[in-house]
Design a protein around this ligand. Sequence first.
Ligand code: ACO
Length: 449
Amino acid sequence: VVAPPPGLVVVVAPPPGLVTEVLEAHDGASKGKYTIGLGQDCMAFCSEVEDVISMSLTVVSSLLEKYNVDPKQIGRLEVGSETVIDKSKSIKTFLMPLFEQKCGNTDIEGVDSTNACYGGTAALFNCVNWVESSSWDGRYGLVVCTDSAVYAEGPARPTGGAAAIAMLIGPDAPIAFESKLRGSHMSHAYDFYKPNLASEYPVVDGKLSQTCYLMAVDACYKYLCSKYEKLEGKQFSISDAEYFVFHSPYNKLVQKSFARLMYNDFLRNASSIDEAAKEKLGPFSTLSGDESYQSRDLEKASQQVAKPLYDAKVQPTTLIPKQVGNMYTASIYAAFVSLIHNKHSELDGKRVILFSYGSGLAATMFSLKLSEGQNSFSLSNIATVMNVAEKLKSRHEFPPEKFVEVMKLMEHRYGAKDFVTSKDISHLAPGTYYLTEVDSMYRRFYAIK
Ligand code: ACO
């Protein structure tokens, strides 16, 4: 057994995007619906030259280069994704040329994990467990979360997004797992699923997916609290963690989720709830579980009570998800990246709780303990390498008409063969991989800018 292994978050690769307010007007939605109603600022999407494989190639090659990691030092590579390009061949195998061609390393375990937005967390846990296990050979694990979140026209479309994130896993890192402090909730639900294999779009029951998400928040928090209490002999509350990071389909749901934690603390009579909060939430103390998910008054009151703590403990984690949209598997880690970007100099010794949710459904709430770290693997260097502000600023803005055009083209391209792309890479940053061709045998070819 080795020291608690960390996830070392490294590179986000958000493709270009559009401004939510502009999309709102284009779609004829009421003013404020996407920006205030959903809480989103911008949304990224893959143009015809990018996909989950090209984004993964970009982040993995960037991580190896920026941290000066020899590809031979990688012993496990796991990918989490729900974007299906091939029903058999894993995305992981598309990344192998980065190891095989550069240094002949084919001795790398791991394949892909899938369950909606949870696949990245499953991949991360697999890697962490490997490093902690008797199978570990002393090398690094590498986790990639990659998705292109696209929806059919309708209310879900503005909650799309796209990105890939790569994380390096090894001992003695600045971001360590508190592996015993974890609660999961797994259940059977038809809230969001992809039964139509001829389409990239999911079938979504939007309202049900919101309720399933909030029920999972409650259940995971309950399990995490009870494990903490068994371990530490005292009650856990929101006050015991500095920050809370949520999977972010859209920001409004994150606001509601944190308010839900406050409501849980209120029901458990936890120390985070002061007299004023008790008074405001008092009328809701006898609601049944079902009633509490339906109550608009509770939603309003708990969001109001939670606002100051939301601003302190959640808001610093929301930058990238608000700017890029739902990135499915990458969403929660993009939120975590936002925290490192905003607060890297204040995180030493702090506990961060993360909530991962994938429809269908699978969810886990887990805990990380942060320390400043050293040299290239220090939080401040990670923040510098990630260069989030510059990456967001240098994105290209597309008009909604272009977005709709790309969505139409991709509907034809999905599952298609025998085409070459336009190779218009003017909007890509140097070092970005892009798709050039899919041949008559469905084989995909990529190049680097
Ligand atoms: N100004 C301000 N707010 C507005 C305005 C306006 N002009 N118009 C509407 N709103 C508010 C609504 O009041 C509502 O807020 P509330 O939730 O606080 O009540 C919000 O905007 C959304 O509007 P609705 O009419 O309730 O919902 P809509 O039909 O637009 O659908 C939904 C929203 C369900 C999130 C849809 O986008 C969807 O299905 N998304 C994909 C599913 C999803 O992301 N689920 C989450 C978990 S699963 C996953 O991660 C994929």
